[in-house]
Design a protein around this ligand. Structure first.
Ligand code: ARG
Length: 260
């Protein structure tokens, strides 16, 4: 994770961001602190911190830094120049941790765990708004896995982690309308128990969840129907106010990158 010390809405690169709807810095810091506290103190998750950098306002969305697989870090190639300054920062960080850093050719855009999520053995890859469809071939080769590209069709759900969230090897939350017909069929074919969510829940970023074994951490305000569905499947739901981060088009999951 990365503390939102320099977090602001400095540019507009997705439909959620508006420079006229600014972040309240103290509230953002308190919300982030609550998330960090819940993970480390209550859920006993080990969290490493990437130092914040002035001039990189979206750096707290560490899910986009890249994808960690074992001791390999596949670094992102951001689509928008506004975020490309994050690339050398995270690259240096992971090199220092001793990971093998892999970069893709510059012409391939890839935004890390924002668009690449494991469900069991399969790597699901969102493409169109940020990552390119063709990265799936590179990733499948580097990671020796099946990579399933899914086209995103609704710009409000511009990263895969805004509309698809594996909860374990068999179960995933998803918002079907964010995908085309082919993508919907892929998810139905390769995820044993897909849980479709409503548009109202999806717009609250209910698919942008941090999963820590049976615990689920997300932005507050999801429907009781969804809370009940999750409880019935044995998940503990922890809701937090992350409204300051929704202003940039992100929520719980975007604020953390999985390291193991
Ligand atoms: N403002 C950031 C962007 O548009 C938000 C990133 C959210 N991260 C995510 N994993 N969905 O790039």
């Amino acid at each position: 994770m990365c503390r939102p010390t320099h977090y602001t809405i400095a540019y507009e690169i997705n439909p959620w961001m508006s420079r006229r709807r600014q972040v309240a810095p103290r509230r953002a810091m308190a919300q982030w602190q609550a998330l960090h506290g819940l993970l480390t103190e209550r859920l006993k998750v080990a969290v490493a911190l990437l130092p914040p950098v002035n001039g990189l306002p979206d750096l707290p969305f560490t899910a986009n830094a890249g994808l960690v697989a074992g001791r390999t870090f596949i670094r992102s190639n951001f689509r928008h120049p506004e975020r490309q300054g994050e690339e050398p920062v995270t690259e240096r960080y992971f090199k220092r941790l001793g990971l093998r850093v892999v970069t893709l050719p510059r012409s391939f855009n890839f935004e890390g765990e924002g668009d690449a999520l494991w469900c069991g053995e399969n790597l699901f890859l969102g493409f169109r708004f940020r990552s390119d469809a063709t990265t799936h071939e590179h990733l499948a080769r580097i990671l020796h896995c099946r990579a399933l590209p899914l086209e995103l069709i609704d710009k409000r759900f511009y990263h895969l982690d805004t509309c698809f969230c594996p909860l374990n090897a068999e179960t995933a939350l998803w918002f079907p309308h964010a995908f085309d017909r082919y993508g919907r069929r892929v998810i139905e074919r390769y995820v044993r128990e897909p849980i479709a969510v409503s548009e109202a829940d999806a717009l609250k970023f209910c698919c942008n969840v941090i999963v820590a074994s049976r615990s689920i951490v997300l932005h507050r305000g999801i429907s009781t129907r969804l809370t009940k569905t999750l409880a019935k499947r044995g998940f503990d739901v922890h809701e937090l106010d992350l409204s300051e981060f929704l202003k940039a088009g992100g929520s719980a999951k975007c604020l953390a990158l999985r390291l193991t």
